[in-house]
Design a protein around this ligand. Structure first.
Ligand code: AMP
Ligand code: MG
Length: 391
């Protein structure tokens, strides 16, 4: 049995960022990770642009100017100004080459075609020079940037329509358990509904992984071994639910050994999720999660998500958690590290009831996990504790 810290360190060491990338449409790229340098095909702004509504002027020493025309945003005609002349201009419009300042309209008044400037004018006022934001062919964004709405806006503003992003991992789920019925079916005595398939699939959807193959297998050794052996080849990650504990009908561990999966760790000194397994074979990663739904989900957020983020070349620093103030107390039984379902808002965090690994009722309303390390026995109100986001 290894500690939580060593288990996470093992994942950090083993899972390398993928080098595979694909070019996708900009509008589909939200939350993906940029895989190559992106250079801008245009300067931004592409022309000398007025940043205010007012007058473009060719500065001289008098306060009066002769207005000779008008340029609005989108116009592509221009004027040849002589010293002392001005054109009416609007935000975003191209500034004539001969104009050397914009006077904002609030600082002027006008009589017929004569403009009176009320303040002193500095050369260059309110003119955005070509390439002020970024010059032609310069680096706009570099690899490992996670694409947000503002990234998309920035690239769209440069006229870019496609982006190179790292490939998402392919993921397969294997759900073990003779006792499982699917929601919607009649529940016979001895059966429970399968929470984990749809729950883990949703947790993957939350990470932007939509294509997930789900396999079900009864608790028998041969079927388990065959299914695992064929599935792991097909996916970057195989996530197995249940059958990894020590019961007579838990066949996952023996099957993984039999098919020569390299064990990286098995059993973590934590609650919930002690029987967690992580291994690899020929570049494919395998997580076996305990079947108890809260254990499975807790292990997903703490370990599997971390591994997927590493694979995607995504920054995982925020998964280390932040310190927040506890509103209530908690006393730990035993000496394993513990992940507690919690609800956080702002800088405070409340530990929820129903922490048992079989129960999802508090997880259903939780938005964070609180980490209680091995050496820490209790939480007292007002104390600062480690909170890991799950949403
Ligand atoms: P296992 O890890 O296979 O020993 O399962 C531990 C507990 O989790 C048992 O009570 C199972 O019935 C339950 N369980 C296993 N898989 C699922 C699942 N997919 N959905 C809901 N409960 C499950
Ligand atoms: Mg089972």
């Amino acid at each position: 049995m290894i500690s939580v810290e060593l288990a996470i360190a093992s994942i950090n060491q083993e899972v390398k960022g993928t080098s595979h990338h694909e070019i996708i449409p900009l509008e589909k790229s939200l939350d993906r990770v940029i895989a190559q340098n992106i250079h801008t095909p245009i300067a931004m702004p592409p022309f000398r642009q007025s940043s205010m509504d007012g007058y473009a002027v060719y500065v001289h020493n008098l306060i009066t100017y002769e207005i000779i025309g008008e340029i609005k945003a989108g116009d592509n005609h221009t004027f040849e100004l002589k010293k002392g002349q001005a054109v009416r201009i609007f935000t975003g419009a191209p500034v004539p080459d001969t104009a050397n300042a914009i006077v904002i309209q609030e600082h002027t008044h006008k009589k017929d075609s004569t403009l009176y400037c009320e303040n002193t004018i500095a050369i260059g006022d309110y003119i955005r020079p070509i390439g002020e934001q970024i010059e032609l062919n310069n680096l706009a964004l570099s690899p490992n940037t996670t694409i947000t709405s503002s990234t998309i806006g920035f690239l769209a503003g440069l006229g870019i329509t496609t982006v190179p992003v790292y490939k998402k991992p392919s993921v397969s789920l294997i759900i073990t358990g003779n006792e499982l019925a699917q929601p919607g079916e009649k529940l016979n005595k001895g059966q429970v509904y399968d929470s984990n398939s749809i729950m883990l699939k949703s947790a993957l959807t939350q990470l932007g992984i939509d294509i997930v193959t789900i396999h079900h297998v009864p608790d028998n050794y041969e079927d388990t071994r065959h299914l695992i052996a064929s599935t792991i080849k097909q996916s970057d990650f195989t996530i197995i639910s249940g059958g990894i504990s020590v019961g007579d009908y838990d066949f996952v561990y023996t099957a993984l050994q039999e098919i020569n999966v390299k064990e990286l760790f098995y059993k973590v000194k934590q609650k919930p999720g002690k029987p967690l397994y992580f291994g690899k074979k020929e570049g494919h990663f395998i997580f076996a999660l305990p079947g108890n739904p809260a254990s499975a989900l807790s292990c997903f957020y703490i370990y599997v998500r971390n591994a997927i983020f590493l694979f995607e070349n995504r920054n995982t620093r925020h998964l280390n958690g932040t310190l927040k103030k506890a509103t209530n107390s908690f006393i730990k039984k035993g000496n394993r590290a513990q992940f507690l379902k919690a609800y956080t808002e702002g800088n405070i965090v409340e530990i929820l009831d129903s922490q048992a690994s079989s129960m999802l009722n508090s997880f259903a309303v939780a938005n964070a996990l609180v980490y209680l390390p091995e050496e820490k026995q209790q939480i007292t109100p007002e104390e600062m504790i480690t909170v890991i986001p799950i949403s």
